[in-house]
Design a protein around this ligand. Structure first.
Ligand SMILES: *Cc1c(COP(=O)(O)O)cnc(C)c1O
Length: 358
């Protein structure tokens, strides 16, 4: 978990490679074998002649892993969100988003042309009033609620059961982006929907974070996947992902589902337990407030050997700048303890009032 920046070696606390899969030999081997067999580029879009054996095998594996009828792989998580919302919603439909949803979901909702409603972060009452509004004003509309299992800049979780109950009551569809939950939460790292035992219509995720490869996916019913194949423009009008990346992602899912994957996840949670009280995910934000203070704090951590980025507007709201710490199974207990100690010093130096972890 080291990174070299400007010629200095630092301990990296900013990566989404939560399980250390990105550097895993099993993934590299799978990619090399696929390059040998299929070459580097896919050569065309999936619907022309770009669908190669690794793409089809990855999709079967994802569906099996997520216990769904089918799956579709995209070239990135961003392309997944934009293509999926654009395919499922149109100008007579309604998309309801959590205020803290990732830019890819916001862009997908905007591009779809649907009416867009935003509820304050995890606010069930406001979500319900948007659902009631949609049903009253657009009785024939398709209504899609989109949210995330784990929010990327806050590290907290959505109240999934309650949200699923509401979408059921109002006859809406639920799109759940499990980008930061897959690999981290649930049996075999299947995600929050599995852990909470909640049925999700449109299960989205990325292959680029805990899975350590690249690409995005949707898992769901066969008819949902067929519709996306025919309508998701980011799937249709883009060259298929390199087969080696699909093969690496497939190896990552295999590893995740294995005992070795379980062990890796336990290491991650042990590190999280050392660092924070009741961590909800592998993302631990350290609230700072001012943008300049956050930058100075990140700079100070850099000087003492830690790479922790300052997250500022427009990624988060003005005045809520923060340090975003992410932990990995690959951090040693000593590295985690050293960061906790540095954050304690930082708190005094910068006269920060929030409680520091550790
Ligand atoms: C990272 C992320 C994405 C985009 O995934 P990429 O594979 O990096 O394009 C989508 N949604 C959420 C919540 C993310 O954190």
């Amino acid at each position: 978990m080291l990174i070299t920046v400007d010629g200095r070696q630092l301990v990296n606390f900013s990566s989404n490679d939560y399980l250390g899969f990105a550097g895993e030999p099993a993934l590299a081997e799978a990619a090399k074998r696929a390059i040998d067999e299929f070459g580097v580029g896919a050569g065309a879009s999936r619907l022309v002649c770009g669908t190669l054996a690794p793409h089809a095998a990855l999709e079967r594996r994802l569906a099996e892993f997520k216990n769904t009828e089918a799956a579709l792989a995209f070239s990135s998580g961003y392309a997944t969100a934009v293509g999926t919302l654009g395919a499922l919603a149109g100008k007579n439909d309604v998309v309801i988003l959590d205020k803290l949803c990732h830019a890819s979901l916001v862009d997908g909702a905007r591009l779809s042309g649907a009416s867009l409603r935003v509820f304050p972060h995890n606010h069930l009452g406001k979500l319900e009033s948007h659902l009631a509004w949609a049903r009253k004003n657009e009785p024939a509309a398709r209504v899609i609620v989109a949210t995330e299992s784990v929010f990327s800049m806050d590290g907290d979780r959505a109240p999934l059961r309650e949200i699923a109950g509401l979408k059921e009551r109002y006859g809406a569809l639920l799109l759940l982006d499990e980008a930061h939950a897959v690999g981290v939460i649930g049996r075999h790292g299947q995600g929050l929907a599995q852990e909470e035992g909640v049925e999700v219509d449109i299960q989205m995720g990325t292959l680029s974070k805990a899975l350590g490869a690249g690409g995005g996916y949707i898992c769901g019913k066969r008819n949902l996947i067929d519709l996306l194949i025919n309508r998701a423009r980011s799937f249709i009008y883009s060259t298929a992902p390199p087969p080696a990346v699909a093969a690496a992602a497939h190896a990552a899912v295999d590893l995740l589902a294995s005992d070795a994957g379980e062990e890796r996840r336990q290491k991650l949670w042990a590190n999280l337990g050392r660092f924070a009280e009741n961590p909800a995910s592998a993302i631990i934000p350290i609230a700072i407030g001012g943008e300049d203070t956050a930058l100075a704090a990140a700079r100070w951590l850099f000087e003492v050997g830690f790479f922790v980025p300052a997250i500022r507007y427009p990624t988060v709201a003005k005045g809520t700048a923060r340090l975003r710490v992410t932990l990995s199974a690959k951090h040693t207990p000593e590295q985690v303890a050293a960061l906790a100690e540095a954050l304690g010093t930082l708190q005094q130096k910068f006269a920060l009032h929030g409680k520091m972890p550790g």
